[in-house]
Design a protein around this ligand. Structure first.
Ligand code: GDP
Length: 420
């Protein structure tokens, strides 16, 4: 089967974690290829309910190597907290590895993130305040510190001291905030280094071994296409590339090896944070979607904005990402709605478009309406047992988005799934 990317096709929170957890049954390795602990996956399985922010969702499968890839930015304190939580839940972490090329999110990145978001009186980005954009900015500025640096304490101390000095200048002179104490930062980083340095590896031999043994490898994305730095609704985007192309770079996989890309798509739309959302519902239906779908952020607890299904972002994801199949999630959340709308185009100043606009601001949804099914679906495991109206809804989404739907999930549990 080779390499399979599992990516988000909307604004994130589509349910990628549950699909990685499911597909990991036959995988020898799961690689997270971008992002940091600014978003999370919720995974429900026989071990319990877990919120993962950094650790790949294959960690629940025995013998599965879980690599935090070169394209990630890793918060040391975040990672240690997540490891402790999983260990307390009885999960074996022996498969966990960190690429030496992954960048570290430092305490000064978090301080700068908070200072900057507070400074933006207008035009807030809706940052999760985890320092992610600042860590990626340092990577591009070539002043970042990488996981591989955790192995050499002396040089690490020097890099941290230099980092604190540089960033304190920004913190104090640009934002008028208190500087960070070098010793506190050093103590935190050195303590984390002592615990994590043995997990740090060169990922290339791992990937080579996977290729040579024809291992099934999952490439796990974070967020979705609408948050992609290049393909999202800029500037309401993240600082990395969730699309499958990002997996080639961020995990170190030759692009032609990624033959399968599973686009995870929610049966309606949600987004957390700022930025335009054409099919957003600020009414009873929107509230119902939030409450029934339990749409609250896994990382921040922020209520998610909810709306009708919007085909344009998903079609865009299929096209620019090369998504080969779709996995539709949360169909059960729609069980009680008497009728459903699907956004098939956008409209502005009397003109309609089927293309994703340069900027979403000001575009309104053009809807078509379909009947709901008004009966529970959570127990359903076979396509033919889904109500006819639910089948019609799924098939219409497939038609509009341009890729076959191979899975429909009807509950958060591993087995609450229909395969097509
Ligand atoms: P991810 O970041 O894309 O993995 O998504 P999140 O984990 O943030 O959000 C997906 C949420 O939906 C999680 O709480 C899942 O347990 C839940 N979920 C996933 N699939 C289904 C489904 O088919 N039905 C219901 N009701 N919940 C689901």
């Amino acid at each position: 089967m080779g390499f399979t990317a599992v990516v988000g096709t909307q604004w994130g929170d589509e349910g990628k974690g549950r699909f990685v957890d499911y597909l990991a049954e036959s995988a020898g390795m799961v690689v997270r290829y971008q992002g940091g602990n600014n978003a999370g996956h919720t995974v429900v399985n026989e071990h319990g309910t877990f919120k993962l922010h950094l650790i790949p969702s294959g960690i629940f499968r025995k013998g599965c190597v879980c690599l935090m890839g070169p394209g990630m930015v890793v918060s040391l304190s975040g990672l240690l907290a997540e490891m402790d939580e999983l260990t307390a839940g009885g999960i074996d972490l022996s498969g966990l590895r960190i690429s030496e090329r992954a960048h570290l999110v430092m305490p000064y990145h978090i301080a700068l993130d908070k200072a900057d978001e507070a400074f933006r009186k207008h035009g807030k980005i809706g940052s999760t305040l985890k320092g992610i954009a600042w860590a990626y900015a340092d990577k591009a500025l070539r002043v970042g510190i990488r996981a591989g640096d955790l192995r050499d304490m002396e040089s690490l101390k020097a890099k941290v001291a230099k980092g604190v000095e540089l960033h304190n200048r920004w913190i104090v002179q640009l934002y008028g905030q208190e500087p960070l104490a070098e010793k506190a930062v050093l103590d935190e980083v050195l303590a984390a280094a002592a615990r994590l340095k043995d997990l740090v590896v060169d990922s290339v031999p791992l990937i080579r071994h996977a290729r040579l043994t024809n291992m099934n490898v999952l490439l796990e994305g974070q967020l979705g296409t609408m948050r992609d730095l290049d393909w999202g609704d800029y500037p309401w985007v993240t600082s990395s590339s969730p699309v499958p192309g990002g997996a080639a770079v961020g995990a170190g996989i030759p692009p032609q090896e990624i033959k399968r890309s599973v686009g995870v798509v929610k049966a309606y739309t949600t987004s957390v944070g700022e930025g335009p959302l054409p099919s957003e519902l600020n009414d009873e239906s929107g509230l119902s979607l939030r409450e029934i779908g339990m749409e609250y952020g896994a990382t921040t607890g922020r209520p998610r904005r909810c709306g009708w299904f919007d085909a344009l972002p998903v079609r865009r994801s299929v096209e620019v990402g090369g998504v080969t199949e779709l996995a539709l999630t949360k169909l059960d959340v729609l069980d009680s709605f008497p009728s459903l709308k699907i956004c098939t185009a956008y409209e502005k100043d009397g003109a309609q478009t089927l293309e994703m606009p340069f900027a979403l601001e000001g575009w309104k949804p053009v809807y078509e309406e379909m009947p709901g099914w008004r009966e529970p679906t959570r127990h359903v495991r076979r396509w033919e047992d889904l109500p006819a109206a639910a089948q019609a809804y799924v098939k219409r989404i497939e038609e509009l988005c341009g890729a076959p739907i191979r899975f429909v999930s009807v509950g958060p549990g591993r087995e609450e799934l229909v395969t097509l």
